[in-house]
Design a protein around this ligand. Structure first.
Ligand code: FNR
Length: 346
């Protein structure tokens, strides 16, 4: 089998296994409580969830996070996701795009997103080892408004065919940042980040960080299923949840723009992320499931409703803007407090 075929099959398998993953993982969202206000100072129409951070201005603090591309089937999926993004105004990221450079025959599985949504906010996505010259070509391919670099060491190590070499990542990320003139977001893929990781990223000059935590799409589980030998089942709880990753990021939120993703499935989860300091919230699996099971129009309705619900919850915390939400009182469970206390001493 050629490398191209292998890659296309892997992309399809990722989507198929994600869609079959019905088991819910622990998200920690139920360990964060926002405080209800019975006498709001605002009307629902006053609520403004627009989010401006660095040079990015988004009308709502939600985006469709990186998923797919690289095969015929995933081209179809990206077309549908792009139509959802266009109709809702949501920014959207493509899945890892290096395949398009290695094999131009799959280019259109990514560029379809720009074709469907000419004026939308599109994010290119590459791994941390992709050479700078390729990154520039990838950005051009979709005329990207921002670039995501995924740092997925855990996923690579779990995949038998995955990378084993990581020590050049930092230098490569720095080179990319120095030569790319659009915002560069470094993201996890569902294992979450620690404050040590975030601190290292800041040292490299990264200021946009998606902590993408544990609790949703679980690549340890997916890779085990792909190999059907359950060899690394014990890694399925590895990593920090999205909530814990946000807590880890708190100290850096003045110097870095923190984005949250990983296991966000309800408007309340999303508002909790914003209250914990996220500038915007990424949705992957939930949008994929919707678009594949219910089609584009229903997914558009789902997202518009999601945003409307987020506004209602924001009002009930007596907040009007994201800034207000970020200082709204919240109560953490003893498990989360315990995590904070133990980590503070280190
Ligand atoms: C992903 N994710 C991902 N991330 C990335 O940076 N590059 C990629 O190519 C992919 N591929 C991919 C495929 C599929 C099918 C899924 C569902 C996800 C990870 C994604 O962007 C996100 O970080 C995690 O999925 C966590 O969010 P959810 O799915 O729990 O909302």
């Amino acid at each position: 089998m050629t490398k191209t075929n292998e890659r296309s099959i892997r992309k399809d398998e990722h989507v198929r296994y994600v869609l079959n993953q019905t088991e819910k993982n622990e998200t920690d969202f139920n360990r964060v409580h926002l405080v209800h206000h019975s006498l709001p100072d605002f009307n629902l129409e006053d609520i403004d969830l627009s989010s401006s951070f660095g040079v990015i201005n988004w009308a709502v603090p939600l985006y469709i996070n990186a998923m797919t591309g690289g095969s015929e089937w995933t081209k179809d999926i990206n077309e549908k996701l792009a139509l959802v993004a266009k109709a809702t105004g949501l920014p959207m990221s493509l899945g890892s795009m290096h395949a398009a450079i290695k094999d131009p025959s799959v280019e259109s599985s990514f560029s379809i997103a720009r074709k469907m949504n000419p004026n939308g906010f599109l994010m290119a996505n590459v791994g941390a080892d992709v050479p700078v010259e390729h990154v520039h070509e990838i950005i051009e391919l979709i005329d990207a408004n921002a670039l995501q670099i995924h740092i997925n060491a855990a996923q690579e190590l779990i995949m038998p065919e995955g990378d084993r070499q990581f020590k050049n990542w930092k230098q490569n990320i720095q080179q990319i940042i120095n030569t790319v003139d659009i915002p560069v977001i470094v993201k996890e893929v569902g294992f979450g980040m620690s404050r040590e990781t975030i601190s290292s990223l800041l040292e490299l000059g990264v200021i946009y960080i998606d902590i993408s935590g544990r609790g949703g799409t679980n690549f340890a589980e997916i890779e085990n299923l792909r190999r059907k030998n359950q060899e690394m089942d014990y890694m399925q709880t590895w990593g920090q949840s999205t909530v814990i990753s946000l807590i880890e990021s708190e100290h850096f939120q003045k110097n870095a723009h923190i984005l949250a993703s990983g296991g966000v499935t309800t408007p309340l989860d999303a508002v909790k992320c914003l209250a914990l300091g996220a500038r915007a919230v990424g949705l992957s699996k939930i949008v994929l499931e919707r678009v594949m099971n219910d089609g584009v129009d229903n997914t558009v309705q789902f997202i518009n409703d999601f945003i409307y619900q987020m506004k209602k919850i924001t009002l009930l915390t007596n907040s009007r803007t994201l800034k207000d939400l970020n200082s709204t009182p919240r109560v953490l469970s003893s498990e989360l407090e315990n995590w904070k206390t133990q980590r503070m001493g280190n």
